[in-house]
Design a protein around this ligand. Structure first.
Ligand code: CO
Length: 391
């Protein structure tokens, strides 16, 4: 940490925002030279989208019965090869006793994670549950118990002294019961969580459901930032079951479906502007389907749902992460949402994550230095309330 380093959050102001814009101006080459170090060096970058899994956890099946419980297998044969970030398989994530997917020790091993972050020049990372841990199909009391267990585990994990304040927690909640979810998100915030990660739907309920909107309003009232992650992907006629299309096609579809449901269901009209909500995976294909939704909104009254305004007027109500994996796609995100609404997100430590965390933003031929600063750390510092030391 350099002596001259300043806290980004501490000096958040209109002036600071203006400075970020000025960085792209050739009139401010001195500032730009300093910022260049921030963009290319190890200082400052915040990865808002990563996952953890504990090495093991209590036998919830024994405690609660039922199905759909994950567990971890560390013995027996494990598949050869690497499964993200050049790491070998360390365990098999199981579902109801069947192999589900290979995982690496970076899911739970802080040293492995910090090594990968150092290699990629990432100063801060937010950790959230792998959605399989949510258990929203279980009785609410069981899901609350599970959420408390994993939330407390995660706080211990990010508080590990060697993490030196670089790792931050996003909690999980039993969202099938909004009252319990509100209780747990408040408890988690008091214990140090920086926000909450939720799945993009609860069974047939989208984020415009009355109970879910009540939960989101609670998050706004308590200043809890929300990361929406796709999960429980629709799979009509099993057509997404091959070639990992559940992940490559189903997850983005879930994401833009959720954004659209929030808009047309009037959720943003009912929620305060202070709600901080971010959608993973660049918002799915939302930037591409926005024109279509907008046209339908204007041409057919039934396509308006309950929304008071055209869909494009809600673009300033939410953010997205940068997990889109291509310069053309990143340019589209910034064109659509604005550089102030896109944050670095990798999906670490899984094989479908950005393997060189932050490189897509850093090497973008389209973004100015000021825009890169916003995506790499400035937006996240404000959104999640993280103190980012910049040179
Ligand atoms: Co993810």
């Amino acid at each position: 940490m350099q002596a001259a380093a300043t806290s980004f959050v501490a000096r958040q102001s209109c002036a600071a925002s203006a400075r970020l814009e000025m960085l792209s101006s050739p009139l401010h080459r001195g500032f730009a030279a300093a910022a260049s170090h921030a963009v290319s060096g190890s200082k400052g970058a915040v990865d808002i989208h990563s996952h953890f899994l504990p090495e093991k956890w209590p036998d919830f099946v024994e405690r609660y019965g039922g199905s759909g419980w994950p567990s971890m297998r560390h013995t027996g044969s494990l598949p050869p090869g690497t499964f993200g970030y050049e790491r070998e398989c360390s365990a098999m994530l199981m579902m109801d006793g069947e192999d589900f997917r290979p995982v690496t020790k970076a899911c739970w091993d802080i040293h492995a994670r910090l090594e990968d972050l150092d290699k990629a020049g990432i100063q801060h990372q937010l950790l959230s549950a792998t959605p399989i841990l949510f258990q929203w199909h279980q009785p609410p009391a069981a899901a609350l118990d599970v959420a408390r267990y994993f939330n407390d585990y995660l706080i211990e994990m990010v508080s590990f002294p060697e993490a030196n304040g670089r790792l931050h927690a996003l909690c999980q909640v039993p969202l099938q019961d909004p009252d319990l979810a509100m209780e747990e998100v408040s408890r988690a915030k008091r214990s140090g969580h920086k926000g909450v990660q939720i799945g993009n739907h609860v069974g047939p309920k989208d984020l415009d459901d009355e109970g879910l909107v009540t939960f989101l309003k609670h998050c706004a009232d308590e200043d809890v930032a929300v990361l929406v992650h796709p999960w429980d992907m629709a799979n009509p006629d099993n057509r997404l079951s091959k070639y990992m299309m559940g992940w490559t096609v189903g997850m983005p579809m879930e994401t833009h479906l959720s954004i659209t449901a929030m808009i047309l269901g009037g959720a943003f009209d009912r929620l305060p502007r202070s709600l901080k909500i971010c959608f993973a995976h660049g918002g799915g294909a939302f930037p591409l389907i926005l024109g279509r939704i907008e046209n339908a909104w204007r041409e057919r009254s039934i396509a308006r749902g309950k929304s008071l305004h055209p869909p494009s007027s809600y673009l300033d109500r939410f953010s997205v992460d940068s997990a889109c994996f291509g310069h053309r796609e990143l340019r589209l995100l910034v064109d659509c949402f604005g550089a102030e609404r896109v944050m670095l997100g990798s999906d670490y430590p899984f094989p479908l994550g950005e393997q060189q965390i932050g490189d897509l933003v850093r090497t973008s031929p389209d973004l100015s230095l000021g825009q890169k600063e916003r995506l790499l750390y400035a937006n996240a510092a404000t959104f999640f309330g993280i103190n980012v030391e910049i040179p």
